[in-house]
Design a protein around this ligand. Structure first.
Ligand code: AQP
Length: 346
């Protein structure tokens, strides 16, 4: 194993590839937002970069999870990564809780984070208003764990939807704060926000982002939604009474559907406007639904096969955790030493 890891390391160094880290929480069934804002881009990036793609189960427990659902979803998310086109030979796919360095670095970074800056995070404000007085300290500390995830791998780029940009800025602040307090330790990562699909909005309240933890199933398309459900949800998507397919902030529902169509088919916004001129919304919505079905159906079929092959999934996450631990441990030991901890004797 060590030989294989060394070999891998040498290959990566020889290729001098930049490092990418990203992850998705198994906090619900994955949505079209996760797919277009994150996954679809990861697939493209894996050829050029040394990629770490993690199923961030530690993040998922910042809100209550049913243990059996969490177990099922964690494997399903992994299967979706692979089915969407992430090649486990090329990229490191692993489960966050299998690499203990994530929790340990998160604790250390917590001691360099300010409560005030965590309180200002939009996601914390949004989610804590939903959970009221039972909001967990984990939800407040979520961005610190995210910083640990990223910094452990000396990450260059983090491909995320625009909703995660603020957390990435905090990661950069924490890395700079630590580097300035001691000496250069962490690489300062850059966000990689896709041109297309950076923020897919709710189908029912298009001023809010599409989110897997929404209480209204009509607000999102799930990656695993059957074709007839996708068609129904798109036909029910909120539009307006203007009846014109136009890319405008005054028509947020229509604009969102246009972005989905454009991201999936590559048809330009202008071409879409022209194509549906004078036709109302019915045909437009039908085509949006078909584009989604065409994209997701092959992925769904592969996911169904993969989730029945637990031994294969286990082989991927075991190998992934070994590869990830090797790098993560090196960074963590550097951090411990700088802080002044006595190294563990072997
Ligand atoms: N609507 C979206 N549009 C574009 N990108 C999105 N992402 C999520 N929703 C959209 C991107 O997916 C990646 C993983 O996100 P996550 O599941 O770890 O956390 P999240 O951003 O909090 O996603 P959700 O669906 O809103 O989850 P819940 O409801 O559990 O909080 C990120 O790159 C994110 O940008």
């Amino acid at each position: 194993m060590v030989e294989k890891l060394e070999q891998n390391k040498v290959e990566k160094l020889e290729q001098n590839k930049k490092v990418i880290f990203s992850g998705i929480q198994p906090s619900g069934e994955l949505t079209l937002g996760n797919y277009l804002g994150a996954l679809k881009n990861w697939v493209k990036l894996q050829h050029e970069y040394d990629c770490y793609f993690c199923v961030v189960d530690l993040h998922a427990i910042t809100v209550k999870q049913e243990p059996k659902d969490l177990r099922r979803r964690t494997l399903e998310v992994m299967a979706i990564y692979i089915a969407a086109g992430i090649d486990p030979e090329k990229s490191t796919i692993f489960i966050q809780s299998h690499v203990a360095e994530h929790t340990e670095l998160a604790w250390l970074l917590n001691c360099y984070s300010y409560v005030g800056e965590l309180n200002r995070m939009t996601q914390f404000k949004d989610k804590s208003s939903k959970y009221g007085s039972s909001v967990s300290a984990g939800l407040l500390n979520y961005p610190v764990l995210m910083a640990a995830d990223i910094l452990l791998y000396q990450t260059d780029l983090v491909p995320v939807g625009i909703d995660q940009k603020q957390h990435l800025e905090l990661t950069r602040d924490l890395a700079e704060r630590f580097n300035n307090a001691y000496s250069p330790t962490f690489k300062i990562p850059e966000p990689y926000i896709p041109e297309k699909g950076a923020k897919i909005m709710s189908l029912q309240e298009p001023e809010k982002k599409m989110s897997k933890s929404s209480d209204n199933p009509n607000s999102f398309i799930l990656i695993m939604d059957p074709p007839e459900v996708i068609r129904k949800k798109i036909s029910r998507a909120v539009t307006d009474s203007l009846g014109i397919v136009k890319y405008s902030d005054n028509q947020p529902g229509v604009k969102n559907l246009m972005i989905i169509l454009n991201t999936l088919t590559g048809e330009s916004i202008e071409a879409i406007e022209k194509k549906y001129e004078g036709q109302g919304y019915a045909k437009f919505k039908e085509d949006v639904a078909e584009a989604i079905v065409n994209e997701l159906k092959p992925i769904q079929d592969k996911v169904k096969n993969l989730t029945t092959d637990k031994a294969y999934l286990e082989s991927i996450y075991k190998e992934g955790a070994k590869r990830a631990s090797y790098i993560a441990n090196k960074t963590l030991r550097k951090v411990q030493k700088k802080i002044g901890f006595i190294p563990v004797s072997k």
